[in-house]
Design a protein around this ligand. Structure first.
Ligand code: HGY
Ligand code: MN
Ligand code: MN
Length: 410
């Protein structure tokens, strides 16, 4: 039975607390792509990687890497890790747990002769917090970077191209970040479940079967701004009331279709207390485990939006800003994770799907990927109340180390 080490788990928890301090806002965890906090956090991760005896480097899109070098690599490189960026006012485990646990696992392997390099990666942008489009770090690694992204601007009008230059990176060199599929053995990611299943079953860990597909849109509604005191209701083209009708039909549509759809951002452009809203922009995030259902639901829901806009004589502009197809986890890696979980816990592994997106869905483009979920308290995530148990961290670490020990036989 692989050893479960509380001492190593404690070091992981201490380091997660340390990393959480690299934040753009006092009193909360907010760390976005190509910011001073990104740079400082990656310097700290590089230090821990070096302490673990790893060779370290930053790639051309700003991801931080550490390599456990094999003296005689006869197999492809195994990549393990997760993302280091966060949402606004985030929990401190979503992403960093997987990165810091990977560093700890490689520190435990020091001196072991493996027939392959193991690379740990901290992906610099999984959430899309600053530029609204996500998986930028892993897209660069998979050769999926879209040059058009360089023109995407943040809330301050700074483009990704400008931000890369200010960070000290060359947009023209981004292609060099991509890894060749034939040189890789696989990708493993440990992540908090961000849902309630494992806690409801009193399980520390679970093996991920697949990741939901997701699409994100920016909806821009233009009505007619007017005087709040003089324009009768029947003559209004109120952009906010149109948006409100669309947002409420989003909830009822998702319930009927048994999918998830979320309006996370909504803004009245140039709003004032005594002005009928003339322009409103809101975001739509819509997901399903079934790709065909996701495509159909997007069509149907957006058609409902257009019908509402026509009825209210407002104009609607729909911009698709992100999409990632539903991805199954590699069957062999699922089975390997299952064996590791059974060896560590003495119980058969539980298998579950992921409603949240992960870098693993991007990595699946170039190499087999497998994920392990760790129980998180009340399933809370994207929230400072996100929390995990020390014992569960120890169990997950033992499973990851078990995977690394068994990997040469995959
Ligand atoms: O949105 C997601 O699913 C992930 O947390 N980025
Ligand atoms: Mn995450
Ligand atoms: Mn997240």
């Amino acid at each position: 039975m692989p050893a479960v080490s509380l001492e190593k788990a404690q070091r992981i928890m201490r380091r997660i607390d340390t990393l959480a301090q690299y934040s753009a806002m006092d009193g909360m965890v907010t760390r976005a792509y190509l910011t001073a906090q990104h740079k400082a956090a990656h310097q700290q991760l590089a230090e821990w990687m070096q302490q673990a005896g790893l060779q370290t480097w930053q790639d051309e899109v700003g991801n931080q890497w550490g390599r456990l070098v094999s003296a005689n690599p006869t197999q492809g490189t195994l990549i393990i890790g997760s993302h280091s960026d966060t949402v606004v006012n985030a929990g401190k485990y979503d992403g960093p747990l997987g990165v810091i646990m990977a560093i700890e696992a490689l520190a435990s392997l020091q001196g072991q002769a493996l027939p392959f390099h193991v690379d740990v990666v901290a992906f610099a942008d999984e959430e899309g917090t600053r530029f609204n489009t996500t998986l930028l770090g892993s897209s660069g690694v998979c050769g999926c970077w879209n040059p058009a992204w360089l023109d995407i601007v943040d809330a301050d009008g700074i483009s990704i191209g400008q931000a890369l230059a200010e960070f000290g990176l060359e947009a023209a060199a981004i292609g060099q970040a991509s890894r060749q599929a034939e040189s890789l053995k696989g990708y493993l990611e440990v992540h908090i479940e961000q849902g309630p299943m494992l806690e409801s079953l009193d399980l520390a860990v679970g093996v991920v079967t697949g990741i939901a597909g997701a699409k994100r849109y920016l909806i821009d509604i233009k009505g007619v701004a007017g005087h709040a005191g003089t324009v009768p209701l029947a003559l209004r083209h109120d952009a906010l009331c149109a948006a409100a009708e669309m947002i409420s039909c989003t909830e009822s549509f998702a319930q009927q279709q048994q999918i998830v759809a979320t309006v996370g951002k909504c803004q009245i452009r140039g709003g004032a207390v005594n002005v009928i809203p003339g322009n409103v922009q809101f975001s739509l995030d819509i997901r399903s485990q079934d790709q065909a259902q996701l495509e159909l639901c997007c069509q149907q829901l957006l058609e409902q939006y257009r019908t509402i806009a026509a009825a209210r004589a407002v104009t609607i502009n729909i911009e698709n800003i992100y999409q990632a197809s539903a991805v199954p986890c590699d069957a062999k890696l699922q089975a390997q994770w299952g064996e590791a979980v059974a060896a560590v816990t003495g119980k058969p592994a539980y298998y579950l799907s992921s409603g949240a997106g992960h870098d693993a869905m991007m990595m699946a483009n170039i190499t087999p990927m497998g994920m392990l979920f760790l129980r998180c308290e009340k399933g809370i995530s994207h929230n400072p109340r996100e929390n995990v148990q020390l014992d569960d961290v120890a169990v997950a670490l033992a499973c990851l180390i078990q995977m690394l020990h068994s990997a040469s036989a995959w």
